[in-house]
Design a protein around this ligand. Sequence first.
Ligand SMILES: Nc1nc2c(ncn2[C@@H]2O[C@H](COP(=O)(O)OP(=O)(O)OP(=O)(O)O)[C@@H](O)[C@H]2O)c(=O)[nH]1
Ligand SMILES: [Mg+2]
Length: 338
Amino acid sequence: MNELGLAFEDEVYELDNHGGDNIAYPAGSPCAHVGYVSLLGRPNVGKSTLINYITGMKVAIVSHKPQTTRTNIRSIYNTEDVQMIFTDTPGVHKPSTKLGKIMVGNSINSAKNSDAVLLIADGRFGTPGDIEKELIKRLKEENKKTVLAINKIDDTEKEKLLPIIAEYGRLMDFKAVVPISARTGDNVDVLLQELEKLLPEGPRMFDSEYMTDQTEREIAKELIREQLLKYTNQEVPHGIAVEIDSFEEKLKDNAVDEYDREIVKIKASIICERKTHKGIILGKDGCMIKKIGTSSRINIERLTGCKVYLELFVKVREDWKNNDLMLNSFGYKSEEDR
Ligand SMILES: Nc1nc2c(ncn2[C@@H]2O[C@H](COP(=O)(O)OP(=O)(O)OP(=O)(O)O)[C@@H](O)[C@H]2O)c(=O)[nH]1
Ligand SMILES: [Mg+2]
């Protein structure tokens, strides 16, 4: 529970026993298994929950609403024998906006460019649907080494798993099929062992200190969006973007390094699609925006490790999800164009 008395759903901050080991391995040092692994699957199957569990960091936000992740997020898992660069991708769906097309395009693109793919399915929903079938067709065409994880086994009856596994097995020759729970971590060690087998020997590509391609600013922006996903409903959360307008760091007087900060001051804008949505986000007498601001601030303080002052503004930008200029300025772009 936080200081507001609100439970943080999907808490992953306590998972510091995961995330590989804490030994410093320099880039270029020899390693038995090195490579890129893309997580792929429909929205809401638990890709981001799993990536946070494996790396032991809250790099990707999580919510029970579909299409939470909007960009490809890379984070790295290191042990003595392994360097796996994971990409968490947006859930694959049938897009109806330019934003959706960019999201799905980037997921597919990430899988194309990886050494191995981890396809994730939600065990509670059983056999493969159209999205899984389409993804499997593409993965087969590209001859991708693929492991299937059937997630949420903490919430799935055990007897249901065998028929699901059999049905998936008829569609593709998976390198392994592993039932897991990304929430409890059940069987995730087995999954990691299966994935590492698929990666070649080689020098480490990154220093083990380099944990993610996300900047603190980008994670802060997502932590604000996470609270908006949590506190708003129906079409409101899907029409929201967050922009960091300013991010000012003040070091302590006796700071020993650039991270020894006294306070970080952040100004951020919440972009929504309609005036009515703005009213919902602000709430009666501003009580909703206050709640969102306070819980976002607490999460950002965990990220920065120092006091945070957060100021939020709400702006309406109609149909931004179909406007190239706005999509670009909110950080949503096709990775192929980079
Ligand atoms: N019971 C249970 N719930 C899980 C598990 N893994 C994830 N969830 C829940 O499933 C919901 C979706 O999780 P996410 O990690 O955001 O799913 P995602 O696949 O990244 O979704 P998108 O970003 O929308 O593609 C959240 O409410 C998670 O808490 C699990 O192993 N067991
Ligand atoms: Mg996600």
